[in-house]
Design a protein around this ligand. Structure first.
Ligand code: FAD
Ligand code: SIN
Length: 569
């Protein structure tokens, strides 16, 4: 993918979309094409989890399947916390989203004339459409091509959104601050759509790419938006686990096609933990591996189990998983001859910015889509392959947006800065390195009250110790309409690192706080000191600023006080 050099940026857009994954790209395409859209992305355009999606995209579109079955499976996996209305909306709109992708040219695998479907864990029916084991890449390539053709969309790459720009009354959004090409500038827009993906980089072991630092959720929190269910993080059971190798995902579809999970002794242990064995819900399989390693391994933190593909016919492996074969080969593993060493890794964040069915957050003019949002479709645990579907279905809601473009770009004062932040950077870099281990050990697959409290103390101490640093103060005191010119690219890189670290620290604090508060186990949140699911906890956790409270089910839109899609002047 070529690096796009952005021409000079317009200081005013009708809509700014932050993030160029499946959610951001599709939203940009669905927005009415008379609107001027700025698509901001912090790396190259195709860098994000979407591009790495393997297994596929779920849609009950086969004549033998039915959206109601998809709804039931999603609700079951969500462990009592899905919003049934949101799930119904998603599964019923799946067909339209898939038809649009096919029409745009996404080459899903076919069986004869029909789209091929595979089975994944906790789906009662084969309904996962795929393009070999690089489904995400197939979707992103097509969406990118379409976005680049559109005259009304300006792509601004290698640009980091820092914060929202609120009106002086703080009651609606009027743009963002942006770090781009050695400058910090303020871009005005009537609407901001956050599509910044997940936050897997919070954890020491993750399948997520480097860009997944939860920026959008942190940005929305600082602006006062309501966040929801932050304690629910999904750990994928099978990430490649080999010294020196990345935690490359070994798709759930591999188990769907018949691979076995085995331990050091060749024992197919998953059935000891759940009757569905390898095809039990994802959180169950991850915990089964975690507990099995606790029981059997000398050092469970370094240990792994194996995924054995040999029960699948070799031709089928070649057809379905060419990328997995290649990546494993690069790391010295021949999947036809030997099982792949795997262990769980942080994969998907169910929590996020609370949004209604129209993708609107609690702040007027602020929308959130994709993994950054909490729409209610995943509850406490996402069903495999529902994420790409959610990205598309909720992004397409932006086609209904109404905007009164009454904002005028204002002139900027230009300030040149030449700071030396090297001492500050040492402190920040150290914390950036330590944070993921702290989160993995305290808020990983198995959590416990005392550990969560201790981690919370530590993170608060880190946040306080950074608060007075010059570089942190510099970022905290940026003024709207003041354009800052930095002295070098190195300074830009430093600010990017600082802003990501501060975001991760804020989110770590919020996840730990929510996880310590929820004294039960449910879906992706497992507490060894409260291993049972408790009826009285069948509620959402809402967060706004430092306030945290329970919300009964089904109160979504009311709670968010969202009355209409029209953006007020
Ligand atoms: P992303 O695709 O992650 O995109 C986020 C974008 O935001 C990126 O462009 C990033 O650069 C940008 N960004 C972030 N912060 C900023 C900032 N501050 N300023 C500017 N830009 C910013 N789901 C499925 O349904 N099926 C699958 O098969 C599947 N497989 C997966 C495999 C892997 C390895 C992973 C990691 C996830 C998988 N998932 C799958 C989950 C799914 O891919 C993601 O949840 C989904 O793609 C998220 O899309 P998104 O558009 O919300 O975010
Ligand atoms: C996978 O291919 O296992 C990932 C699917 C998903 O995260 O939905």
């Amino acid at each position: 993918m070529p690096r796009l050099k952005s021409p000079s940026i317009s200081p005013y857009f009708d809509v700014i979309v932050v993030g160029s994954g499946a959610a951001g790209l599709y939203a940009a395409l669905c927005l009415p094409n008379h609107l001027r859209v700025g698509l901001v992305t912090k790396d190259v355009i195709n860098m994000g989890s979407s591009n790495y999606a393997q297994g596929g995209i779920a849609a009950a579109i086969d004549s033998s399947d039915n959206p109601n079955l998809h709804l039931e499976d999603t609700l079951k996996a969500g462990a009592g916390l899905c919003d049934p209305e949101a799930v119904k909306f998603m599964v019923e709109n799946a067909g339209e989203a898939i038809a649009h992708l096919v029409e745009m040219g996404v080459a899903f695998d076919r069986k004869g004339e029909k789209l091929a479907m595979t089975l994944e864990a906790a789906h009662s029916h084969p309904r996962v459409l795929h393009s070999a084991d690089t489904t995400g890449r197939a979707i992103i390539e097509t969406l990118t091509e379409k976005v680049l053709e559109r005259q009304n969309i300006q792509v601004i790459s290698q640009a980091v959104a820092l914060n929202l720009w609120l009106t002086p009354q703080k009651n609606r959004v009027q743009g963002i601050s942006l770090l781009h090409q050695n400058k910090i500038q303020w871009l005005k827009s009537s609407v901001v759509v956050l599509a910044t993906g997940g936050g897997g980089q919070m954890f020491a072991q993750t399948t997520n790419p480097k860009v997944s630092t939860g920026d959008g959720v942190a940005i929305a929190w600082r602006a006062g938006a309501i966040l929801r269910d932050l304690e629910f993080f999904q750990f994928h059971p099978t990430a490649l686990t080999k010294p020196g190798a990345p935690h490359f995902l070994i798709s759930e579809a591999v188990r769907g096609e018949g691979a076995h999970l085995i331990d050091d002794c060749g024992n197919r242990f998953a059935f000891e933990y759940h009757p569905a064995g390898e095809l039990a819900p994802r959180d169950v399989v991850s915990r089964a591996i975690f507990h099995h390693l606790q029981k059997t391994a000398d050092d469970p933190t370094q240990a792994h189990v194996y995924l054995d593909l040999r029960p699948i016919a070799p031709d089928r492996i070649r057809y379905r998983f060419p990328n997995i074969i290649n990546v494993c080969k690069q790391w010295g593993i021949d999947v036809f001859q030997e099982p792949i060493p795997v262990a769980p890794a942080a994969h998907y964040w169910m929590g996020g910015i609370a949004c209604d069915l129209m993708s609107q957050s609690s702040i007027r003019g602020l929308y959130a889509i994709g993994e950054t949002a909490s729409t209610g479709v995943h509850g406490a645990n996402r069903l495999a392959s529902n994420s790409l579907l959610e990205c598309l279905v909720f992004a397409s809601q932006l086609s209904h947006i109404e905007i009164q473009p009454n904002l005028v770009a204002s002139s900027s004062e230009v300030l040149q800065v030449d700071f030396n932040w090297s001492e500050d950077m040492e402190k920040i870099e150290l914390i950036r390195q330590m944070l993921p281990s702290l989160m993995w050990e305290s808020a990983g697959i198995s959590r416990e009250g005392e550990l969560l409290d201790r981690a919370l103390d530590k993170i608060n101490h880190w946040r306080e110790s950074l608060a007075d640093l010059d570089v942190v103060q510099f970022l905290a005191n940026l003024l709207p309409n003041q354009m800052i010119e930095l002295s070098s690219t190195a300074a830009e890189q430093q600010l990017r690192m600082v802003t990501e670290t501060l975001n991760l620290l804020d989110l770590g604090y919020l996840i730990l706080k929510s996880a310590a508060w929820r004294i039960e186990s449910r879906g992706g949140h497992y507490r060894s000191d409260y291993p049972q699911t408790a009826d009285r906890w069948r509620v959402h956790t809402l967060v706004q600023g430092d306030r945290l409270w329970k919300s009964p089910m089904g109160i979504n839109s009311e709670e968010l006080k969202i009355k209409s899609m029209a953006v007020e002047a």
